[in-house]
Design a binder for this molecule. Structure first.
Ligand SMILES: *Cc1c(COP(=O)(O)O)cnc(C)c1O
Length: 432
């Protein structure tokens, strides 16, 4: 499979080059040249396959030519070493729990998959220059990437995060690993981190010295494996015999976009709901037809505080930039922090389920859509374990949340981060 740039001014390239570069030289996002639907039998018999086989079949065409089948199977087996259960919390409303991985964030799968792909490429070519993964995080990406890439040979990781804007647990997860992982604490908001990262990728004085790549959902190896979740959900929910609606708490729109790739591969999905916090660029776009990015605002679902969702352009491409066609398949609703808190409370009071703020936004969007489509079966994605957002959860829900082992482990470790303020600080750090 080859990949082209959505800006149309860069050469078509292989999976390996697209993963290693992250973003195309013309600043465009890479997009697969062709998406061929899987045979009908794949979805008809999906219950008979284990998760590893589903994932292998699903991603095979995207990786073909770059990673041999036996290596790909080994990578998948290693990456998917935990469960993705569906938990029904009300009649016809279920949550897909994506937080059972090592950092309890759904980004674990993408980060681990990408790390292992880069590890494979580096192993293939011993003379290859080391790669530096440069990544901005609004919360959960950092931890998942740090953990996913820890001790991968030939790869260094530099993570930028907004000071004071991520939870304690999130901060610990990205600042305590050491080895090939470095954390930069930025005096600013997520968008500042993101724009510094983007600028570094275009700065020849840096790229001539260090080979940089991204590990945000901009990177195809981080983005594409997320389609597995939707297939695992389909496998579990198919028995209800109803059309499925997915509500995805969205920030950079990588996860929902991967779900739409699953749909393009032939998976039956009635509708997608992009549930967002007060950062309402996409709901506004679906109302007005105008895409108008804005500076992000801080919310309690901080992993979705994004004012210019990078992957939305890929979603538009999946629908051939046809606004009408996209509108038939995608709805998007925005919720305030007050509504999010209230949803966390109601869900807990009525069902006993503890949702994190992101999952609660997903729940709200799903319920809103199901009001007019009561015949469907709805699944909202629970993208982080509630313990990752403990201050909010404790404030809203009167229940002791048990701290899982993988979280306890990092809490006792010491934070190591370098404070930076400006782009020049970042540059100096990278050229040090
Ligand atoms: C990253 C993240 C999201 C948003 O995912 P996108 O792919 O950026 O839309 C939602 N919830 C949590 C907990 C996250 O970490």
């Amino acid at each position: 499979m080859n990949y082209y740039s959505l800006n149309g001014k860069a050469p078509v390239t292989s999976f390996e080059v697209a993963v290693t570069r992250g973003i195309a030289p013309d600043k465009g996002l890479y997009f697969p040249e062709k998406i061929s639907p899987l045979p009908d039998s794949f979805f008809e018999n999906i219950e008979e396959m284990d998760d590893h086989e589903i994932a292998f079949q699903a991603i095979h065409q995207f990786v073909a030519g770059a990673i041999p089948d036996d290596e790909l199977r080994a990578i998948i087996k290693d990456v998917l070493s935990f469960d993705f259960p569906i938990v029904e919390i009300e009649k016809n409303v279920a949550t897909l729990e994506l937080f059972h991985g090592p950092t309890m964030a759904f980004k674990d799968v993408g980060a681990r998959f990408m790390a292992r792909c880069l590890g494979y490429f580096s192993k293939q070519n011993e003379n290859k220059e080391d790669v530096t993964v440069l990544v901005a995080t609004s919360g959960d990406t950092g931890g998942a990437v740090a953990r996913g890439f820890l001790n991968v040979d030939g790869v260094d990781v530099v993570i930028l995060y907004p000071s004071g804007k991520v939870s304690d647990i999130q901060e610990k997860q990205l600042t305590t690993l050491g080895a090939n992982i470095a954390a930069l604490e930025v005096d600013g908001v997520f968008d500042d981190c993101q724009s510094m990262v983007k600028q570094a990728f275009l700065d020849e004085s840096i790229t001539s010295e260090r080979k940089l790549t991204s590990a945000n959902s901009i990177n195809i190896a981080r983005w594409l494996p997320q389609m597995f979740y939707f297939m695992f959900a389909y496998k579990q929910a198919k028995k209800h015999g109803k059309e499925l609606v997915f509500s995805v708490p969205s920030g950079n729109f990588g996860n929902i976009c991967a779900g739409m790739v699953a749909y393009k591969l032939g998976m039956p999905v009635k509708h997608f709901v992009a549930s967002v916090n007060s950062n309402d660029i996409v709901p506004e776009f679906l109302k007005s037809g105008k895409y108008a990015p804005k500076p992000s605002v801080a919310t309690i679902s901080n992993a979705m505080d994004v004012g210019d969702p990078s992957n939305f352009i890929r979603i538009q491409q999946l629908f051939d930039n046809d606004f009408e066609a996209l509108s038939r398949k995608l709805s998007s609703y925005s919720y305030s922090d007050a509504e999010t808190r209230e949803a966390m409370q109601t869900v807990f009071a009525e069902t006993g389920y503890v949702a994190d703020p992101h999952g609660a936004v997903g729940y709200l969007g799903l319920k809103n859509y199901l009001k007019d489509h009561p015949e469907a079966y709805g699944i909202f994605l629970e993208t982080a374990h509630p313990v990752k957002f403990l201050p909010v959860v404790n404030e809203v829900i009167d229940k002791e949340i048990e701290i899982p082992e993988q979280i306890k482990e990092v809490m006792d470790k010491e934070k190591v981060a370098t404070k930076i303020k400006t782009y020049d600080d970042l540059k100096a750090y990278l050229l040090m």
